[in-house]
Structures are given as C-alpha cells and as structure tokens.
Design a protein around this ligand. Structure first.
Ligand code: CP
Ligand code: NVA
Length: 305
C-alpha cells in the first residue's frame, strides 16, 4: 500500500490489518504507552475545505507518533493561486514523508498520488471519505464485537460518505443498504465498483429509495448532512427533498432494538437527524469522532512507518 485514497483499492486483508492496528494503538494510548514510530518524519496536510475532526485528529495523531504535522491551507500555499498539482507534488516530496489532502475534485488526489513519490492520504474529496469509514468500522467493532454479517443502513444523500460506506462494508463483510432519493443517487461508477466488491465478499448491497426498507433490521444506522461542503447554494432545495429521509425516532424504530446510530459529523439537528436520536442512548457519535485519531494513526504508521 503506497497511498490510502479509496477503500475500493484497499484489500479486505489490508482493511483488517489497519483496524487491528487502530484497536491496538487506541488500547496502548489509553494505557499511556507511547509509540514514536514516525520520529523525525513530517506530514503535510493540505486543506481546501473546512475541517474540525480531520485536522485535529491528524495533527494530534502525527504528534503522538513522534512526527511533525504541517497545516497547509490552500489560502496560504501557491496551489491556491494556480501552481500545478504536479509541481506541488514534486516540491513537497523533497521536504515531507507524507501528504494528507482534503479537497473538492477526487482526480486532484489521484494526480497528487501519481506524481508524489511519498504516501498520499485522502482526507475527503467530493467522491470519497475513506478515513472516516475506517474509524466507523473500528467503532462498530467496539460496540458490536464483530463486523462480519451485520446490517449497515445509510439514509440520506448519495454523497462521499455513502460511497465510502459501500466500499467499506464490502471489504469488512457487512451487508449494506443505502436509501437515497432518486435525484441524489450515488455515483454510477462507484456503484458498479461496489457491486463487484460485494460479489467478491458474498454480502448483500441494497440500493433503494425507501428509507424504511433500508433501515429494517439494521444493526447500524448512519446519516450525513444533506448539504455537503461546496453545495451551500442548494441548501433550501435539498432540505425539502430530503425531509422524508430524516432519521427520527419513528424511522429509527424499524432498526434492531440495539442498533447504534452513527454520523460522521458535523450534524444539523432537526434536518438529517432529530435530537432524540443523535443525542439518545443508541448514539455513538463521539466514540466515532475519537476513533478518527486511532484509525488514522494506523494509516500513517502503516504508510509512513
Ligand atoms: N467528519 C469529518 O471529516 O469532520 P471534519 O469535517 O470536521 O473534519
Ligand atoms: N458529506 C460531508 C462530509 C463531511 C465530513 C461533506 O462532504 O461535507
């Protein structure tokens, strides 16, 4: 594994190894055991979109591993003024040991990884958010004691989270049901790739417009904002179309009694999820947020260690 860009390109064995390492690093972190696996190494963190969790978890994770994180806002670096991805990659590889990037176009991340002779980590594009799903799988494992055979239901927008969830479920052996309104369905190429992955895993992928069908008997219920970064102008329209997809107490009642509620955050209470669900006893959103730290430490240690 040179880069971590998509769970579709990551094998089931690699996902399992990353999760095992994440669980081990978390356990040892809680016991105060330090690992300076990345001593003397530097990670450049390019952000062309906002972030709370991703920025803080990568910075703290890199520091805990003994390395040095550099926050590179596109407002401040020459990339934001039109310097090419190629030149940026060739320059940064001379200074750094790895690059983490959050940006709009997925192709920019693929190009960066192709040109840079150092590991590149995808910290969210318009298409995918693999670091989030790795942390999500860790969280599900902690709460359910297993991954294989569980039913994962995603309700909402056919966005970067929906895409990475399909890929992640296939690799980790979960059944997956995605309920998305027709006009906001998932990317066709991602769906084809995911179908291939599910064929290989022997698990089921359900794509539906019916949230009740998706959530029925689910062990994990997941939603995300209806208005992703960069879509702010569509906010009013989206909020109308997506209302029947709100994860509220009634919809949640179709899941298993012990189902967990997950959300990558940031959340907008009263829209994609109601307070009684996200702040209720089945919600694991803050464990999920914490696991960004441990899962990404596993990714960095594996790629850069
Ligand atoms: N879930 C997530 O990626 O959060 P941030 O946008 O705050 O990084
Ligand atoms: N789908 C959201 C995820 C945020 C972590 C977005 O892209 O804005």
């Amino acid at each position: 594994m040179k880069d971590f860009i998509s769970l579709h390109d990551t094998t089931a064995e690699e996902v399992e190894a990353l999760l095992k390492l994440a669980l081990k690093l978390k356990d040892e972190n809680k016991k105060g055991i330090e690992h300076h696996i990345l001593k003397g190494k530097s990670l450049g963190m390019i952000f062309t979109k906002s972030s709370t969790r991703t920025r803080v978890s990568f910075e703290v994770g890199m520091t805990q591993l003994g390395g040095y994180p550099l926050f590179l806002s596109s407002n401040d670096i020459q990339l934001g003024r039109g310097e090419t991805i190629y030149d940026t990659a060739k320059v940064l590889e001379r200074f750094l040991d790895g690059i983490m990037i959050r940006t709009f176009a997925h192709q920019d991340v693929l190009d960066l990884a192709e040109y840079a002779n150092i590991p590149v980590i995808n910290a969210l594009t318009d298409l995918l958010h693999p670091c989030q799903v790795l942390a999500d799988l860790q969280t599900i494992y902690e709460h359910k004691g297993k991954l294989e055979g569980l039913k994962f239901a995603y309700i909402g927008d056919g966005n970067n989270m929906a895409h990475s969830i399909m890929y992640g479920c296939a690799k980790a052996g979960l059944d997956c049901a995605i309920a998305v309104p027709k006009a906001y369905s998932c990317d066709a190429e991602v769906v084809e790739n995911a179908k291939d992955d599910f064929k290989k895993s022997g698990r089921t992928l359900i794509l539906t417009e019916d949230p009740v069908e998706a959530i029925k008997g689910a062990d994990v219920v997941y939603t995300d904002t209806w208005v992703s970064m960069g879509m702010e102008e569509e906010k009013e329209e989206r909020r109308k179309v997506f209302m029947p997809y709100q994860v509220n107490k009634e919809l949640f009642s179709h899941a298993k009694d012990d189902a967990i509620f997950m959300h990558c955050l940031p959340a907008y209470r009263g829209f994609e999820v109601t307070e009684d669900v996200i702040d209720g006893p089945n919600s694991v959103i803050f464990d999920e947020a914490e696991n960004r730290l441990h899962a990404q430490k596993a990714v960095m240690a594996t790629l850069m260690g």
